[in-house]
Structures are given as structure tokens and as C-alpha cells.
Design a protein around this ligand. Structure first.
Ligand SMILES: [Ca+2]
Ligand SMILES: [Ca+2]
Length: 78
């Protein structure tokens, strides 16, 4: 019984970190100048993402941080 719980926990942690890594990779891919923020310029080539910009930018500083990006994706995945 205990081993099942351990396996379950390991699976949960693994899938969670895999998802986090995936989000980071997508973010880095979009962040073309690698300053750690996505700006409207960087999303110019992705109109479908640009449309979401205002919703992503929760503190409205006109740039999307990794945290904002992650929050948005996490909210929309559940
Ligand atoms: Ca950037
Ligand atoms: Ca922001």
C-alpha cells in the first residue's frame, strides 16, 4: 500500500515538473531577446497569442513575465 503511494507521488511530481519545464521552454522560445519578459513586439508573429496579451499581463506593465505566462496557462488547463 505504501509503495503505491510512493509511486503515485513520484508520478505526480514528475508530471508536474515536466509541465513546468514545457511552459518555461515555450516562454523562452517566445522571449526572443531573452530578457525574461514577453512584449507585444515578440508576439507580433503570433497574432493568436497577441490577442491574449491583455489577459496575460495581469499587473498591466505591458510585458508578460514567466509567472504571468505560467498562471495563464495553468488557469486555462484546469
Ligand atoms: Ca523579451
Ligand atoms: Ca506584466
Amino acid at each position: 500500500m505504501k509503495s503505491i503511494l510512493v509511486i503515485f507521488t513520484v508520478l505526480l511530481v514528475t508530471s508536474f515538473s515536466a509541465m513546468t519545464l514545457d511552459v518555461k521552454q515555450r516562454f523562452d522560445h517566445l522571449d526572443s531577446n531573452k530578457d525574461g519578459y514577453l512584449t507585444k513586439n515578440e508576439l507580433d508573429a503570433q497574432p493568436q497569442l497577441l490577442k491574449q496579451f491583455q489577459r496575460w499581463d495581469t499587473d498591466q506593465d505591458n510585458r508578460v513575465s514567466l509567472v504571468e505566462f505560467k498562471n495563464f496557462l495553468t488557469i486555462n488547463l484546469h
